[in-house]
Design a protein around this ligand. Structure first.
Ligand SMILES: Nc1ncnc2c1ncn2[C@@H]1O[C@H](COP(=O)(O)OP(=O)(O)OP(=O)(O)O)[C@@H](O)[C@H]1O
Length: 814
């Protein structure tokens, strides 16, 4: 009979140690518990294997081998092809030199053992399959890396496949771990089973020995009893002994039976344990089956992935080939075209060569020219420069000449115009644009919309709502003009007052446009009023050798259509404008205070006093808005000492109240009433101007106190000048437009040439004055005196008389 050899991979040394431990424990039990002689001790290598009772253990060269002989299982084993197959594999595997392999050949074996063997072999097979899978995986992993990438999509898919493969690999690794755990478990169970089997066999052997011993003793006893019964007298004694022996034997028998019982119980228990273990093995089997199915699933997955990858690679390869073919075809076509072009170019080259030669010659000629060109150019430039310089000089000279002529013409034109104006008696109108102040605010609304003509100082341009509008007046002063500049323009008019002319200068414009600044000015920078009086003083002083002059001053205001005396002791008192009863048609204001001024200090005091009494308010447009029309009336009386010629001139300096749009200024209550009065009187002024312009028979002077008081200045023999004040900012452009339009209308009004008021009589002759019939006007009150709006040859006497009677001809401290 051919000995069959079953082999297991017992895995590790602990399994052997466990077996030896069990064997030792059994021996110790026998020694101590059973008090039976233990089997002869043997070295682990030479000791017979307790479970099989066969074989010996050899250890060497990194592997443990247990060798024995199986005498009866070869037929059974051979009946299992799986086992036969796996045995072949195991041998093969062992030959590969893997360490720690044990080959155990046993005699016989239970079904359980066979089953266990199968499991182990199956485990082994699975492990080997796993290894194969790993190897395949490695190969698959290596393959895509070597494949050239031909497109982003393929790369992505191959990356996905790689991921999938690595995932599968991970799963295989996990399964491997599980399998090795399972192996371990199977190993442990096998150990335990072997241990239990050992114990069971020991027990059975002990029981058989005991039974044999007892039956031998019983047999002996029976023999002894029979021999004793054959003897006569001592039989009794022997019987007795036998009885004694028999009871002892019985006791031993009982004990043996009890022990037997106990051992049988133990065997039953062990069987139970075995059963449980079988069940556990069963479940292990199931688990193994599951794992196998999983592995096969993974394999399928792997195969599919591999197949897909191969397909991908195939398609990529095809794409690559196709692209190469297309590129090749294209390149061929292009090459063909290039060849054709080349042929054409060659032909051209052949024809172009003569032309090239000509061109080269031309080029060389040009090169020579270019080389000499800078020199030529420099020469030409120099001559041109010289010519240009000369021309510029000529033009400049011409320009200068033209400019000079133009300016002279302009002056001449102006002079002629002024003369014309003087002859025609037009009202002269000048405009003054104030600078932008911080009260104007900031932003686009506070931007300037007024521009000037650099060549003509009589023109002003206004940008109103995006449209440019131009105005021509007699003179325009820009914001940079000083008080002195403005005064220079009017001083000729003022000095004519010394010669006996009536002069009226009034400032007109919207509130906050700078009327008061122009007329009164500031303490440091006085306006027309103060400068006019200073000029008059200096002029009369110059003429002092030949002329005697007296200068008197009255200050009045029209507030809410009420005329008030600002130098009087009772400024609230209402004054009236009356017609001179002399029938001359002249006007005078009874009760108006008149101060004779002899020095600049006197003037300052008068102004201060008058200023303090003037009605001003805060408005949205101006912090100190003049709410009234203010009039400074300066009367200059002169007498030529040699001829006795008397002159009387009157200077009316009027600071009109500012027109304002009620809504814009935010006026209400008494302020609203003020504004309404101001606007009413200004519109009355407009009506008067319109009537004068259109030469109407009736001019509505009496419609307001203002026009009534200015009647003499606007109608008749006065020289009148209007200063129209302009705010430059955008938000006031509407008011500026109105003011400038009004100024243009005023400018076109012809009043007729001014008349000089002279008389050959002595101002100092009281009697003469008393005898003057024209001046015999009734005195309205003890202190009331007139300040006629204009003088005539008959008026000076009456004025003087009135002043003398009031005692105010002398300077009065203010
Ligand atoms: N030419 C100028 N240079 C410097 N500041 C000026 C000039 N003109 C006007 N201003 C300033 O503008 C402000 C308004 O001027 P002003 O009071 O003279 O206006 P107004 O026309 O008299 O106003 P209202 O009619 O309300 O009395 C003042 O603060 C004044 O100092």
């Amino acid at each position: 009979m051919v000995p069959s050899r079953r082999s297991w991979n017992l895995g590790a040394t602990p399994s052997l140690r466990g077996l030896w431990r069990v064997a030792r424990a059994r021996a110790r039990e026998r020694e101590l518990g059973m008090a039976r002689p233990a089997p002869a001790p043997a070295s682990p290598a030479a000791r017979p294997f307790p479970h099989t009772g066969l074989g010996r253990l050899r250890t060497g060269r990194g592997r443990d081998t247990l060798v024995g002989r199986d005498e009866d299982s070869s037929a059974r084993v051979a009946a299992r092809p799986g086992l036969a197959q796996c045995r072949a594999r195991s041998v093969e595997w062992a030959d590969s030199g893997s360490p720690r392999k044990l080959y155990l050949t046993v005699q016989g074996g239970t079904d359980l053992e066979k089953h266990r063997d199968l499991l182990m072999v199956e485990n082994e097979r699975l492990r080997q399959e796993l290894q194969c899978c790993e190897a395949e995986l490695q190969a698959l992993r290596a393959q895509p890396a070597a494949t050239p990438c031909q497109g982003c999509e393929h790369v992505q898919e191959s990356t996905q496949l790689r991921d999938k493969v690595s995932q599968l690999q991970m799963e295989v690794l996990e399964n491997k771990g599980m399998l090795s755990e399972l192996n371990l478990e199977v190993q442990q169970k096998t150990d335990r089973l072997a241990e239990v089997e050992l114990r069971l066999k020991d027990c059975l052997a002990e029981k058989a020995q005991e039974e044999e011993r007892l039956s031998r003793r019983l047999r002996n006893s029976h023999e002894t009893i029979a021999s004793l019964q054959a003897q006569s007298p001592p039989v009794k004694y022997v019987i007795k002994t036998v009885e004694v022996d028999s009871s002892k034997t019985k006791q031993a028998l009982n004990e043996s039976q009890a022990r037997n019982q106990h051992l049988q119980e133990q065997v039953a228990m062990q069987r139970q344990v075995l059963k449980e273990m079988e069940q556990q093995l069963e479940s292990s089997n199931q688990l193994t089956t599951q794992l196998r199915s999983q592995i096969s699933m993974y394999e399928t997955e792997l195969e599919r992935a591999h197949g897909k990858m191969l397909e991908e690679m195939q398609s990529m390869e095809e794409d690559k080939n196709r692209a190469i073919e297309e590129a090749f075809a294209r390149a061929q076509v292009e090459m063909k075209a290039v060849h054709e072009n080349l042929a054409g170019v060659r032909t051209n080259l052949l024809t172009l060569q003569p032309a090239l030669r000509t061109l080269t010659n031309d080029y060389n000629g040009l090169k020579r020219q270019v080389r000499s060109f800078p020199l030529l150019l420099q020469e030409a430039l120099q001559s041109v420069k010289a010519e240009i310089g000369q021309a510029i000089e000529e033009v400049n000279t011409n320009n200068q000449e033209l400019l000079r002529k133009y300016r002279r013409e302009l002056q001449l034109r102006k002079k002629c115009h002024n003369e014309l104006v003087r002859l025609k008696g037009n009202i002269r109108v000048i405009a003054r644009v104030r600078p932008i102040t911080k009260e104007d605010g900031e932003g686009p609304k506070a931007a300037s919309v007024v521009t000037f003509d650099p060549d003509d100082d009589a023109v002003i341009h206004l940008l109103h709502k995006g449209k440019p509008v131009s105005f021509e007046l007699d003179k325009v002063f820009s914001p940079g003009a000083s008080q002195q500049d403005v005064f220079q323009e009017v001083q000729a008019l003022i000095t004519s007052c010394i010669d006996g002319f009536n002069v009226c200068i009034f400032a007109y414009g919207q509130t906050g446009a700078g009327k008061t600044y122009t007329m009164e000015g500031t303490r440091e920078n006085p306006g027309i009023n103060q400068r006019a009086l200073q000029l008059l003083f200096s002029e009369v002083q110059e003429k002092a050798a030949d002329w005697e002059y007296t200068i008197t001053v009255s200050v009045t205001e029209i507030y809410n259509e009420v005329l008030r005396d600002l130098l009087g002791t009772e400024p609230q008192e209402k004054l009236e404008i009356r017609l001179c009863p002399d029938g001359s048609g002249q006007l005078y204001v009874p009760g108006l205070t008149e101060f004779q001024v002899q020095s600049v200090e006197d003037i300052n005091k008068v102004f201060e006093f008058g200023h303090n009494n003037r009605t001003t308010e805060f408005t949205n447009m101006n912090e100190h808005s003049s709410r009234s029309h203010a009039l400074l009336i300066v009367t200059v009386r002169g007498r030529d000492c040699s001829t006795g010629l008397c002159t009387i001139g009157k200077l009316n300096l009027v600071d009109l109240a500012g027109s304002e749009r009620v809504g814009k200024s935010g006026a209400e209550g008494s302020r609203l009433r003020e504004a309404q009065h101001i606007n009413k009187s200004l519109s009355a002024l407009g009506d008067v101007i319109a009537a004068l312009r259109s030469r109407q028979g009736h001019v509505p002077f009496r419609n307001s106190k203002l026009t009534y008081l200015l009647q003499d200045s606007l109608n008749g023999d006065s020289k009148t000048l209007m200063v129209v004040q302009v705010s430059p900012v955008e938000k006031n452009s509407s008011e500026t437009l109105c003011s400038l339009r009004f100024a243009e209308r005023v400018r076109s009004v012809e009043l007729g040439p001014g008349a000089r008021h002279t008389e050959l009589r002595s101002w100092s002759s009281q009697e003469h004055l008393e005898l003057e019939p024209a001046c015999q006007t009734p005195q309205p009150s003890a202190r009331a005196h007139s300040a006629p709006a204009s003088g005539t040859s008959s008026r000076p006497g009456s004025i003087r008389r009135k002043l003398q009677s009031s005692g105010k001809l002398k300077p009065v401290p203010v």
